[in-house]
Each structure stands twice: as structure tokens, then as C-alpha cells.
Design a protein. Structure first.
Lengths: 386, 94
């Protein structure tokens, strides 16, 4: 299977060709928003961390910022800094340029003499990059170039019974075609970690999955938080999920059944192809943020109760098997899988349907969240999200 | 009649695909019928047989928690009457 994508010099392929306006920290975020609004082909993110933070948080913020810039869906980057932040724009630019050969320029608001002067220069730079990006031709790329992030949010009992198994079927199909899938949300492995670990390709990976869950629980306990009190969320409980174990056993089904070939730290780029998992929070926005920083081209997102989330860099394709949620929130959800519950669609057929939908998104079809220009970002921190 | 989905033969709960009222007959997709003992919201679980306080509750063929009270057949199973048991991670390492 092939898709029409943008080949990058590092060998990866993008399914979008964005110019990314990237703030170094919160102080550059509004300027970045204005710059992106002036240039067709540019997208921005709002970044609430990146300064005045403890070292471990700064490290993760830097992994996210550099990972976003290196994401294969990004053609080029315009960085907007302030001047006094922990990692200023020129330093961040240097880090990114050491990781990728794509064009990167940067500006500092204090150096330029305020936001208007920065916007003027940054808009010109973004305009030139967008003009260049528009000339890049799509090429046929093998599906093995695809890295699909797998996420769930606003889960209810239909997620584990229907939409997650359907996405698991999609994951197996993609892995069999040579592509890679990335499932995260390690707090939502707890209670099902023994089942997930059975898929590990080696004993080391098996134990790593168990240890991640043990460490997560211990970490939250040290901060005075019982993970069983934070999960499931009130909405999950209303939707019929009673314990973290029940939620997790449904969540992990979205990763499919193929051997897990790599276990990644948060926002880390995979080195292998196949079914991969990453240690992230269960907070879906934060988890998607880390998977995009790791280089995912697209995210498939299952929901039971409905969610609007989107990401500026990668398309987020939302699916539900809850018929009421689909009809009620159709403007936010791309695919209706309620036929699984109704008995008119098998899990196998749903997997095939999703493969076609993901293929369309790879070829350029906009997801609903993408068409609205949604751009959600949350960076996990030392005291982790649940 | 309301349907409920049974995911594994080992399970002692099933998931209702529509709201069930007390006295309704619930058809278990996967085998059998049960009389609903109290009102149960859509997507919530019904006990397929009596579950004693401290007994394990199974869904997906796996333990999803333990009963914090005696649960009679046909009763609504939720976070109000089951709880998650901490894991013994060391025993899971290989």
C-alpha cells in the first residue's frame, strides 16, 4: 500500500507540509499565533511551559519543541522567542538544526524591539517558507513510512468493547503492511499491564512494561495521589467504567495483538518499525503531544463520550462506537463505528474501514479537528498528570 | 427487552447496550437471560450471578476489581460496589 506524501531528507515521509510557527515558551505564543494567522500554510502552537521551570520539566519541554520541529509533517520552522527564557530562540534553533536539515529561522521579541517588529520579520520569513513548501511535490511513499499514533479519550464502556478492538485490528493490519503504530497512556495499562506485557517481543520489554506501571503508581503516591482515585475519571464512571483495571483492559485493546518491538520514553523517536508503546500520561492532550513530538504522522483517537481535540501538526481522526455520541457530536467525530454494537459491522470489517479512512488522511483528506484548525498542546511535568 | 454484551465465558458481569429497568428481562449476547433487579443505565454492568463481598469481578476474562458489598444477580455493578485492588508488580516480572 502506498500514499502520496512529502519525502524528507532524513528518510521519513510527511503527510502534511506545514510551516510551523514555534514559540520557545509562553511569552512567544501569542506572537506566534498572529504570525501564523497572516500566512496560508502556516500553523502555530500555544506553549505554556519552557521557562522558569525545574530542570526535568525544561528537559521534557525541549524534547517536545525539538520533536515538533523535526516531525515529518513539518516543512520548515519559524521560532519566536522572547530573549530571557531558559532556552532562548538561537539555542533552540541550534538544537533543531543539529537534528534536521529542514529550514529553521528564529526571532527574539526583545531583540527585535517588540511584537510588531517581530511579527513583521517573522511573517516575511514564514511567507517565504510557505511559498517554497507549496512547490514541493508529493511523491508515492510506501505505507511502511507511516507512524500512526493510537489514542483514546473520553472513554466509556463502548470504547473497550468496540472502537478500541477495531483500532487494534487497524494496528495489526498496518503492522502487517510494514507500518508502525504507537500506543501510549501508560497509566491506562495499570490493571491490564500483565496482558499488554504478553505482547512484548523480549523479556526485557516485558519487564519494562511492568516496571513503567509500578514506577507510575509509586511516582503519584510520592505526590500524595492514589492513581485509583484519579482514574477512571468522573466521565468514565458515568460511562460505565468502574475501576482503572476495567478502563485499562479496554484501553490496551486499541494497540492490537502484534509483538511490541520497542518501549519508548515520553516524546522519544522510535528506532524500530512495528507495534511500539510509549510511557505517557493518560491525559489525552498530553499523550498526543508526546506522540507528535516522537514523529507520528497522524493520530487515530477513539472516544465514547465525545471530544473535540485536534493538533496543529498532525491530523487527529476521531472514531466512536457510541451511536448517541456520534449523532450528538457529529461535528467533532469522523467515523461512526456504532454498527459494531448494533451487530451490523464486525471488528474485522471495522478495521478495514479504518484502514481506508487512515489512507485517505495520509493522502490529504482533512479530519474534522484539522479543518477547524484546532491546536491542543499539553506538556507533562515532573509531578505527572494522571 | 434489553441486550447485554458478555465478553468472556469467565465473566460474572455483562454490559447493557440500553438502559434497563427493574423487572426487565435482559438478553445476554453470548448466552442466557437474566431479570434486571434494579434500574441500570446504558453501558453499565449487570451482575450475571451473585457476587459475594470480597469476590473478584471478571470482564474481558480478567479481574476488573473486587466486590465491596454483596451483589445479587441482576444488580447494577459500578464503582459504588466494586473497587480496584493494588497490583503485585514484582510477581509479574519474568
Amino acid at each position: 500500500m502506498n500514499f502520496w506524501g512529502y519525502k524528507r531528507s532524513d528518510g521519513r515521509a510527511g503527510i502534511r507540509n506545514h510551516v510551523l510557527i514555534l514559540p520557545t515558551c509562553a511569552c512567544g505564543s501569542e506572537t506566534a499565533r498572529v504570525v501564523a494567522s497572516q500566512v496560508r500554510g502556516a500553523v502555530n502552537i500555544i506553549f505554556n511551559t519552557g521557562c522558569s521551570d525545574v530542570a526535568a520539566n525544561t528537559e521534557l519541554s525541549q524534547k517536545i519543541l525539538t520533536g515538533f520541529a523535526c516531525n515529518p509533517n513539518v516543512f520548515g520552522v519559524v521560532i519566536i522567542g522572547l530573549g530571557c527564557e531558559t532556552v532562548p530562540h538561537a539555542k533552540l534553533r541550534g538544537k533543531i538544526q543539529a537534528m534536521t536539515s529542514k529550514p529553521v529561522v528564529s526571532f527574539g521579541i526583545q531583540e527585535e524591539g517588540g511584537t510588531l517588529k517581530t511579527i513583521e520579520k517573522a511573517v516575511r520569513a514564514a511567507r517565504d517558507l510557505a511559498a517554497e513548501a507549496a512547490l514541493q511535490q508529493k511523491e508515492l511513499c510506501d505505507i511502511s513510512e507511516l507512524l500512526l499514533g493510537i489514542e483514546c479519550g473520553g472513554s466509556d464502556a463502548t470504547s473497550g468493547i468496540a472502537s478500541n478492538p477495531a483500532v487494534g485490528e487497524l494496528s495489526d493490519k498496518l503492522v502487517d503492511l510494514g507500518a508502525s503504530t504507537l500506543m501510549s497512556e501508560s497509566i491506562e495499562w495499570i490493571g491490564g499491564e500483565h496482558v499488554l506485557a504478553r505482547r512484548a517481543a523480549t523479556p526485557e520489554l516485558h519487564n519494562r512494561i511492568i516496571q513503567i506501571c509500578a514506577d507510575y503508581e509509586a511516582h503519584l503516591k510520592a505526590a500524595g495521589q492514589d492513581c485509583r482515585a484519579g482514574q477512571p475519571t468522573p466521565g468514565n464512571k458515568d460511562g460505565g467504567l468502574s475501576t482503572i483495571d476495567e478502563k485499562s483492559l479496554g484501553c490496551i485493546r486499541k494497540g492490537g495483538t502484534r509483538p511490541i518491538v520497542e518501549v519508548l520514553n515520553q516524546a522519544e523517536r522510535p528506532t524500530k518499525r512495528g507495534a511500539i508503546v510509549m510511557d505517557t500520561a493518560g491525559y489525552d492532550i498530553s499523550s498526543v503531544t508526546s506522540m507528535v513530538a516522537a514523529g507520528c504522522n497522524a493520530i487515530i483517537f477513539t472516544t465514547g463520550r465525545g471530544t473535540p481535540t485536534g493538533n496543529a501538526i498532525v491530523p487527529v481522526l476521531k472514531v466512536t462506537a457510541n451511536a448517541k455520541t456520534y449523532s450528538w457530536m457529529e461535528d467533532n467525530i469522523d467515523v461512526d463505528l456504532s454498527g459494531i454494537i448494533a451487530g451490523t459491522l464486525t471488528i474485522g470489517e471495522a478495521g478495514e474501514l479504518l484502514l481506508g479512512k487512515v489512507h485517505d488522511v495520509c493522502n490529504g483528506r482533512l479530519t474534522k479537528a484539522e479543518a477547524y484548525g484546532f491546536s491542543d498542546v499539553a506538556v507533562d511535568h515532573v509531578c505527572r498528570f494522571v | 427487552m434489553t441486550n447485554a454484551i458478555l465478553l468472556d465465558a469467565k465473566d460474572n458481569v455483562a454490559t447493557c447496550t440500553a438502559a434497563a429497568s427493574k423487572g426487565d428481562t435482559i438478553k445476554i449476547l453470548g448466552g442466557g437471560e437474566i431479570i434486571c433487579a434494579e434500574d441500570i443505565p446504558v453501558w453499565h454492568k449487570v451482575a450475571l450471578r451473585a457476587i459475594g463481598k470480597g469476590d473478584k469481578v471478571f470482564k474481558y476474562g480478567e479481574v476488573i476489581g473486587e466486590a465491596s458489598a454483596d451483589i445479587a444477580e441482576g444488580v447494577w455493578v459500578s464503582h459504588e460496589n466494586i473497587f480496584s485492588v493494588p497490583r503485585d508488580y514484582n510477581s509479574e516480572l519474568i
